[in-house]
Design a protein around this ligand. Sequence first.
Ligand SMILES: NC(=O)c1ccc[n+]([C@@H]2O[C@H](COP(=O)([O-])OP(=O)(O)OC[C@H]3O[C@@H](n4cnc5c(N)ncnc54)[C@H](O)[C@@H]3O)[C@@H](O)[C@H]2O)c1
Length: 434
Amino acid sequence: MKLCMIGTGYVGLVSGACFADIGNEVVCVDKDKNKIDKLNSSISPIYEPGLDELIKKNFLAKRLSFTTNIHKAISTSDIIFICVGTPTKKGTIKVDLSFVYKCAKEILKYSKRKKIIVTKSTVPVGTGDEIEKILKKKKKLFITISNPEFLREGEAIRDFRYPDRIVIGSNEKKAFDIMRKLYVPLTNKGSKFFTTSRRGAELIKYASNAFLATKITFINELANLCEKSGVNIEDISLGMGYDSRIGGRFLRAGPAYGGSCFPKDTKGLVSAADKYKINLSVVKSVIKSNQERVNLLTQRIHKILGSNLKNKKISFLGVTFKPNTDDMRDSTSLKMIPYLCKKGAKVNYYDPSGEKNEFRKIKSCFYKNNIKSNCFGADLVVLLTEWDEFKSIDFKKIVKNKKFKVYDLRNLYSAGEMKKNKINYYSVGRPNIN
Ligand SMILES: NC(=O)c1ccc[n+]([C@@H]2O[C@H](COP(=O)([O-])OP(=O)(O)OC[C@H]3O[C@@H](n4cnc5c(N)ncnc54)[C@H](O)[C@@H]3O)[C@@H](O)[C@H]2O)c1
């Protein structure tokens, strides 16, 4: 089939490359010329394991192409996926749908024959209806579908190829047959193909993200209780997770949840519910608790290092919101590092996905390109992101500061082992044994 992905970001690029890999002819279009130039030189603009190879392979096979020419991309395709960003509107909790609606207007302008319009972007319930209104001048040409994306950054290719479920929302039966055909290579391998109304599909995506965010926040709050009551949060997570009704995933205590989806989607869901005068009090308190968690963690650093942070050397291991991605959106580090620098600390950081523009302007914040030089001489090492290369560090050998401390926000190390090695070690939701 001839597909067009409008928006060549984490979702559009990964799903475009994966659709090409299962035999479709895919054109990825983006308004960002720099991104498209890179892609046309077979360089991925994002860090995602396995993506470079997949792009190269399908580009050479002429199944995958990249362009800024939206007119050509739309007019030559049968199925058009809208994969543009849906960020939070500044100063509100509302979803900014301007990028989505702009796509709909361009689709209207450049379509002269029948097309299936598929929203992959995460959009509030009822957005498909609004897209249909924009397209109504050429109504007969379009079927508008919702097909929310559930891939996780860092595991995006695997998630695309082996999704737990493919959700298709449409008010027209014909659409299900077309989409079923497109996804046959995945459903043949066992992925569930779930059909519902268009509004249903839109809401499933928000409900799923809000539920996962709730799980994380729940266990993070319990970790606070564990720290005070001398219980190990990991025992709670395991003891709860063995109950198949609960499940162990997303029950690991750590920093506040971040990333490009949970923070904006929890807000987006509350805002959509507000429109219908429905009070989603659980999701509201999840948002509040998560925002407070960042403050709680910075206060914990004061407890570890003292109230005066002037000239304290703090080294961050990882700044992305999770491993195997370069995505910095809503990462806890974006709040922690500027706060610590403002308090006079000298902050180094190392992240395997490279230096971050977000910290370039902070005078007392320095990027180091390896673990050793990052941690050398630190008063405190903060382990923020669970990259594999941070899992077996010999801190004593590399830090070389007699009194250094480690704050492990991912509970990667054994508190007992650290004590044995005479390292002052702090973690999340585990009894302090220093
Ligand atoms: N990132 C994820 O892990 C993830 C997972 C599931 C769903 N989603 C959802 O998918 C959507 C896209 O997310 P993303 O992370 O890929 O965003 P992104 O910011 O990485 O990519 C969006 C791209 O769209 C381009 N764009 C915007 N308007 C355009 C236009 N009119 N024409 C052409 N290109 C345009 C931008 O230049 C950008 O490259 C969002 O709604 C998000 O919530 C994201």
